[in-house]
Ligand binder design. Structure first.
Ligand SMILES: Nc1ncnc2c1ncn2[C@@H]1O[C@H](COP(=O)(O)OP(=O)(O)OP(=O)(O)O)[C@@H](O)[C@H]1O
Length: 243
């Protein structure tokens, strides 16, 4: 374990994400975007979510964040039953989930430090904690010397590291990455994957939606595949596609 990571927030042992017979049909659509999905993701797992465009990956992630509600079935995330979770508790749910995106989504015109600090400021963490956690997390992602740089001065790979730091700075038990290597060259992608792997080994559950077959094949982690809204494969130490 990396000495700076420390333990991720402890969770009850067992699953952190569980879908039970989940179907999601968008309003006005005849075909379900997800059909009868049953899947459990245990604490500290690393899982790739794969499938062609339109297979339902984004729908799956949005259900976990309670940006969408299922048409039927139940979803548990970090000990919460999302069907029963009142709206005022949704921000608390999302605090348990760090998010990383293909397009980084950093705050332009701000420094690396401020981008990461902002994630703690919005959840009301004290200044003392921000002053210790932000440098520690920047160190962890390999940007210890770049806190004062403006984010637009950084390379794509460095910007994604800032995004990882921002997602991880409050040590959420779950990290969701939506195509995090989609805008990066292969060598830079390897660096980001090593970082996500390190964060996972320190106790954070990682769920990563991706089309990046090279990354999936190199990592040999669990692979869940969606096809036209159905879960068609769930493989330990999987590869991107069947050979
Ligand atoms: N807001 C929406 N309203 C109606 N249909 C939608 C909506 N969002 C997604 N869909 C449909 O649901 C299905 C699954 O879409 P989803 O975005 O989950 O796929 P995806 O696997 O994430 O695709 P991609 O890899 O392109 O992001 C598709 O048929 C899509 O057209």
């Amino acid at each position: 374990m990396h000495p700076l990571i420390g333990g991720a927030a402890a969770l009850d042992s067992g699953h952190v994400i569980r879908f039970q017979d989940v179907t999601k049909t968008y309003e006005g659509q005849r075909r379900a975007a997800l059909r009868n999905i049953d899947v459990e993701i245990e604490a500290e797992e690393f899982v790739f979510l794969v499938g062609t465009s339109g297979s339902g990956k984004s729908t799956f992630l949005r259900l976990i964040l309670r940006e969408l509600r299922p048409s039927s079935g139940s979803i548990h995330v970090a000990g919460r039953d999302l069907n029963r979770l009142p709206s005022w508790k949704v921000p608390g749910l999302r605090r348990q989930i760090g998010m990383i995106f293909q397009d980084f989504r950093l705050l332009p015109g701000k420094t690396v430090y401020d981008n990461v600090a902002f994630a703690l400021q919005v959840i009301g963490r004290p200044r003392r904690e921000i002053r210790s956690k932000v440098p520690e997390t920047l160190e962890l992602v390999g940007l210890g010397s770049k806190g004062d740089r403006m984010v637009e001065e950084l390379s794509g790979g460095e910007q994604q590291r800032v995004a990882v730091a921002r997602a991880f700075v409050n040590r959420p038990p779950i990290l969701i990455a939506d195509e995090p290597t989609g805008n990066l060259d292969p060598a830079t992608s390897v660096g980001i994957m090593k970082l996500l792997d390190r964060i996972n080994r320190a106790g954070t559950t990682v769920l990563m939606a991706t089309h990046d077959s090279t990354v999936v094949d190199q990592m040999r982690k669990r692979v869940i595949e969606l096809d036209d809204g159905e879960l068609v494969r769930d493989q330990t130490k999987g590869v991107y596609g069947y050979q």
